[in-house]
Design a protein around this ligand. Structure first.
Ligand code: DQA
Length: 155
């Protein structure tokens, strides 16, 4: 059966395409989400999208995914650097996730260098622009089962 994927974008990513385009590019979130859905479909997977500027709403959405989703792709936006609550939600539902950043956070302000997600993420994608979403969808749709097996074997 095809994978079920949840794509979550955090605060201010609704402004993608218009927000600081020199950093985040000119593709809008609607384009990113539609492309991701089409791509998932072409790989035999299904993909739902969620964007919120509110930490608790993201926690609620992650909790609602419990038992229903094979993998989460999350760009937590600024919550990357602050949110123990979203980290705990992801660990609580035990769904493997990919952490994604459009920009290379490590080449930016020092406060962006720390992430509450990276040590628990199955993979981290930074600095590929919106192309990162394409890589993430392909990885979850095609490779995630293999990855789970490898991770379990290594434990
Ligand atoms: O909102 C964002 C977007 C971001 O997650 C990125 O996609 O590059 C990087 C974060 O530091 C920032 O707060």
């Amino acid at each position: 059966m095809g994978k079920s994927i949840l794509l979550i974008n955090g605060p201010n990513l609704n402004l993608l395409g218009t927000r600081e385009p020199h950093i985040y590019g000119s593709t809008t979130l609607v384009d990113v989400e539609n492309n991701a859905k089409e791509q998932a479909k072409s790989l035999g997977a299904s993909l739902e999208t969620f964007q919120s500027n509110h930490e608790g709403a993201i926690v609620d959405r992650v909790q609602a995914a419990r038992g229903k989703v094979d993998g989460i792709i999350i760009n937590p936006g600024a919550y990357t650097h602050t949110s123990v609550a979203i980290r705990d939600a992801l660990l609580g539902v035990a769904i493997p996730f990919i952490e994604l950043h459009v920009s290379n956070v490590h080449a930016r302000e020092p406060f962006r260098h720390h992430s509450y997600f990276s040590d628990k993420a199955a993979a981290i994608i930074v600095g590929l622009g919106v192309y990162g979403y394409k890589v993430a969808v392909e990885h979850v749709a095609v490779n995630f089962k293999e990855l789970e097996k490898e991770t379990k074997a290594a434990l």
